[in-house]
Design a protein around this ligand. Structure first.
Ligand SMILES: Cc1cc2nc3c(=O)[nH]c(=O)nc-3n(C[C@H](O)[C@H](O)[C@H](O)COP(=O)(O)OP(=O)(O)OC[C@H]3O[C@@H](n4cnc5c(N)ncnc54)[C@H](O)[C@@H]3O)c2cc1C
Length: 306
C-alpha cells in the first residue's frame, strides 16, 4: 500500500468519510480564488476528531495546516502537502450573560451579528471582516479602531500534543495583526468574548456605518485577500502605493485595485505566481520611491508548481 492510501485509511478511522477529501482544489475555499490542491482536506465535527488528527500527525510525521475562511491566505499553485484542517462545522455561537462564546469555525461576522441580537456591544468592528473566529484570533483581526485583543477573554486551543487547553487572552501575545498562535502551533477551537450590554439601535447604527464605509471604499466585487500589507509605522500602505502610481498596475490577471490601493484583486483568473509577483513589484517600487519596507499582512503558504 502506498503512503497516501495508508494515510487516507487512517484518516477515515478518525473522521467521518464524507468529511475527508483527497486532492481537494483549495482555490474553491479561498477568498482570492488562488491555490493548488491539498493532499487531504478534512472537516472535523468535534474537538475529539481534531485532537485525534493532531495525534496521528505527530505519530506518523504528517504535516497539517489550518484553513479558516481563506480570507488572509495565498496558497501557491503547487498546493499543500499533508492535511488541511477546516473547522467550518465547528461553528456554534452562544451567549452567557455578557459573554459570547463562538467556536472557531464560525464567521466573526456572525459572532458580531449574534452579539447585536443579544444587545451586547464590543464586536461591532468585526461586522465586515470576512474571516472565521479562529483566523481572527490568529492575527488579532481589527478594523476601525477595534481589535480582537479588546474583547477576547479566553480561548480553548488544541496544543501541539493534541491536548485541549484554555489560554487567557493575555497569554496569546495579541498585537497589531499578530499573536503567538503560530509559534506555539495551537489550533484555536473556541473563543469567549467579554462584551458590554448596550442599546440595540446604537450597536446597529455603528455596524451600519462601518458597513457603508467598507462597501464604499473596498473593491468587494473582486476576489482578494483584503489589505495586502500591514501599516508601516508613520505611514499608510495604501497612500504610499497610490503615490507610487501603482493603482491599475497588473501582472497577468492580478491588479492593484483602482478603488483601494491597499488591495490587490484577482481580476481575471490570476495564478498565484501573478499575484505574488505583483506584491513583490509593489514592495520594490515603494521601497525605491519612499525608502519604506512594506511588510505583508497576508500569509503565503504552500508549494510552487513543478
Ligand atoms: C475583503 C476583505 C476585507 C478584509 N478586511 C479586514 C479587516 O478589516 N481587518 C482585518 O484584520 N482583516 C481583514 N481581512 C483579512 C481577513 O479577513 C482576516 O485576517 C481574518 O481574520 C482571516 O480569517 P480566516 O478565517 O479567513 O483565516 P485564513 O485566511 O483561512 O487563515 C489565516 C491564518 O490563520 C490560521 N488559522 C485559521 N484558523 C485557525 C484556527 N482555528 N486555529 C489556528 N490557526 C488558524 C491559518 O492557518 C492561517 O495561517 C480582510 C480580508 C478581505 C478578503
Amino acid at each position: 500500500m502506498d503512503r497516501k492510501t495508508e494515510i487516507h485509511n487512517k484518516l477515515l478511522k478518525l473522521v467521518k468519510s464524507d468529511n475527508v477529501k483527497v486532492d481537494e482544489l483549495l482555490k474553491d475555499h479561498l477568498y482570492t480564488k488562488l491555490g493548488g490542491k491539498a493532499d487531504f482536506f478534512i472537516t472535523p465535527t468535534s474537538y475529539e476528531e481534531v485532537q485525534n488528527v493532531v495525534k496521528l500527525s505527530n505519530e506518523d510525521d504528517i504535516p497539517f495546516t489550518l484553513l479558516g475562511n481563506g480570507s488572509n491566505l495565498i496558497i501557491k499553485d503547487g498546493g499543500i502537502r499533508g492535511i488541511v484542517i477546516n473547522l467550518k462545522y465547528l461553528n456554534n455561537i452562544s451567549s452567557d450573560g455578557h459573554t459570547v462564546v463562538a467556536q472557531s469555525g464560525a464567521r466573526i461576522i456572525d459572532a458580531s451579528r449574534y452579539a447585536l441580537e443579544k444587545h451586547l456591544s464590543g464586536l461591532e468592528f468585526a461586522c465586515g471582516i470576512p474571516g472565521t473566529v479562529g483566523g481572527a484570533l490568529y492575527m488579532n483581526a481589527g478594523a476601525y479602531g477595534g481589535e480582537i485583543k479588546d474583547v477576547l477573554d479566553y480561548a480553548y486551543v488544541i496544543d501541539k500534543s493534541g491536548k485541549l487547553v484554555k489560554r487567557l487572552a493575555s497569554e496569546l501575545d495579541l498585537d497589531y495583526r499578530t499573536s503567538n498562535i503560530p509559534d506555539r502551533g495551537d489550533i484555536v477551537v473556541e473563543a469567549t468574548f467579554n462584551l458590554k450590554p448596550a442599546n440595540y439601535e446604537e450597536i446597529k447604527a455603528v455596524m451600519d456605518d462601518l458597513t457603508y464605509k467598507r462597501e464604499s471604499k473596498q473593491p468587494l466585487e473582486y476576489p482578494s485577500c483584503g489589505s495586502v500589507f500591514k501599516r508601516p509605522p508613520g505611514y499608510f500602505a495604501g497612500k504610499l502605493i497610490q503615490d507610487s502610481d501603482l493603482q491599475g498596475t497588473n501582472i497577468g490577471g492580478a491588479e492593484v485595485s483602482k478603488k483601494h490601493a491597499g488591495f490587490i484583486v484577482n481580476k481575471d483568473n490570476a495564478s498565484t505566481t501573478d499575484y505574488i509577483s505583483l506584491i513583490e513589484h509593489v514592495q520594490k517600487t515603494v521601497k525605491e520611491k519612499f525608502g519604506v519596507d512594506l511588510e505583508r499582512e497576508v500569509r503565503i503558504i504552500g508549494e510552487d508548481k513543478e
